[in-house]
Ligand binder design. Structure first.
Ligand code: ZN
Length: 469
């Protein structure tokens, strides 16, 4: 289809047309000139009379460009009060379903803005996209669902830590419209019995109880099992190794890994993907107090290994190590992936172009990379093991959890986590710290949280569902 007609659920009758093309700046293809369009601009909508707009998607035509074009149209709709749209791809643009999906996804998500509420309930007042044509409606359904997954993640991330803390995170997720997903929560006492010394050591300085949220999508026709482990530090003060004051308010975003897992589980459950996917969110608040963990403390992890604390601000790896240890012991997954806003060093190395990816299985990492590429959530391989392992040597315990200096911090963190991955377990680790917020180069990312990772995890699940081995 080269043209589709869509509207927002209670849209007005007046229809506007947007013609999308890809060209060098200020170059209007002859086809559009023949259609009576006189001017265009890169990345913004211009009224062109006769209710027609032209939008230059730019080149090359990537998922990111399509998502951003959709978000730009959403912004234009707001400015001009548009409700009904005819979208037309210029003849030189391939009008396949995948391109339409990302364009509509951007249109749907671009209309969303975070609004503060005094409760942790996840809200989304924006209207879904709809069409009277069945094939277009199927595209809209896909776009609405994937945008909803990302919006769930953004709602969880943007909420302040006085409203969203481990227990209210669990309550907010319990209200989501899952179809068949089984939900389970382990509290402080259960985790203490099970030996979660790393996770509970992080949470012990906070008045808020720690939680492990388990979301189990277990269809009868599942051939493989994937465990997704998300870091959910609902606020990270750094603990006794307290952070500087600058930008500490952004530490409410330190549960972006857990938020991405929840958003992806909404999509996986709605699509009923034929793969068992277990989402595990390790939820804690990292605070200084007289009960807080100290540098130099030695804790016994869920795996039984002892760890010497060097900085109480390197808390995410302690949470992840315990949860991946538990996930392997209980579920024996074929694939294990952890995702976390883990280190500032990932952003120092890669900026905002890629999230850092480590792991131990080339075929699995290739699938993670592909899932990121096709959904515009790109990842780049980084090393672990080797020299970084030396940083973890302790005189007082089996390991230190990090070093005193920042050399190779994302790689040291991944190496520490790898020590809790069992032999033969396929494992990938995503450090999304730099990608969780401040992404103005992408129109899709509004101010606040991006919820980077939702799309990648959902696509990875569908890729693995189709995999033979
Ligand atoms: Zn920290």
């Amino acid at each position: 289809m080269q043209s589709i007609d869509i509207y927002r659920a209670n849209g007005a009758n007046e229809r506007q047309q947007v013609i999308l093309f890809a060209a060098a700046e200020d170059q209007l293809p002859a086809t559009l000139q023949n259609a009576g369009l006189q001017r265009a601009a890169v990345g913004v909508l211009y009224p062109l009379g006769d209710s027609r707009f032209a939008l230059n998607i730019g080149t090359p035509l990537t998922p990111a460009a399509l998502q951003d074009a959709g978000a730009a149209i959403a912004a234009g709709q707001k400015d001009y009060g548009l409700q009904q749209l005819r979208l037309t791809l210029a003849p030189e643009l391939p009008a396949d379903a995948e391109n339409w999906r990302w364009l509509l996804f951007g249109l749907r998500l671009g209309a969303y803005r975070y609004q503060h509420h005094a409760s942790a309930t996840l809200t989304d007042p924006t209207l879904p996209l709809a069409s009277q044509d069945a094939a277009t409606q199927a595209l809209c359904d896909w776009a609405n669902l994937h945008a909803e997954g990302v919006i769930i993640g953004r709602e969880l991330m943007n909420k302040p830590a006085n409203i969203l803390y481990p227990e209210s995170f669990v309550e907010a997720v319990a209200q989501l419209p899952f179809r068949h997903l089984r939900q389970e929560v382990l509290g402080d006492e259960q985790m203490a019995e099970l030996g979660f010394g790393g996770l509970l050591g992080v949470g012990q300085g906070s008045a808020r109880a720690s939680q492990l949220l388990i979301l189990d999508h277990h269809p009868a026709n599942a051939r493989h099992t994937l465990a997704l482990v998300g870091k959910g530090v609902t606020f990270d003060s750094g603990g006794i190794s307290i952070k500087g004051a600058a930008r500490m308010s952004t530490m409410k975003f330190d549960m972006g890994g857990a938020a991405a897992v929840v958003g992806a589980m909404r999509i996986i459950d709605a699509l009923q993907l034929p793969i068992r996917v277990i989402g595990l969110c390790g939820l804690v608040e990292n605070m200084p107090s007289s009960r807080a963990q100290r540098p130099g403390d030695v804790v016994t992890m869920h795996s039984g290994k002892s760890v010497e604390i060097i900085s109480t601000d390197a808390e995410g790896r302690m949470v992840l190590a315990d949860v991946i240890s538990y996930a392997q012991q209980r579920f024996q997954p074929d694939y294990l992936l952890d995702i976390a806003t883990l280190t500032g060093g990932a952003g120092v190395a890669l900026g905002k172009e890629y999230a850092a990816m480590m792991g131990n299985d080339e075929a699995f990492l290739a699938q993670v990379t592909q899932a990121g590429q096709v959904s515009a959530e790109p990842v780049w391989p980084m090393p672990h093991g080797g020299w970084y392992r030396g940083v973890l040597k302790s005189e007082f315990a089996d390991y230190r959890h990090g070093g005193e200096d920042p050399h190779g911090s994302p790689c040291v963190a991944a190496t520490f986590i790898s020590e809790f991955v069992q032999p033969g377990q396929r494992w990938a680790h995503l450090d999304i710290a730099a990608m969780s917020t401040d992404m103005p180069h992408r129109k899709l990312y509004a101010n606040g949280a991006s919820s980077f990772g939702v799309l990648l995890l959902a696509r990875l699940s569908s890729l693995l569902a189709e995999t033979e081995h």
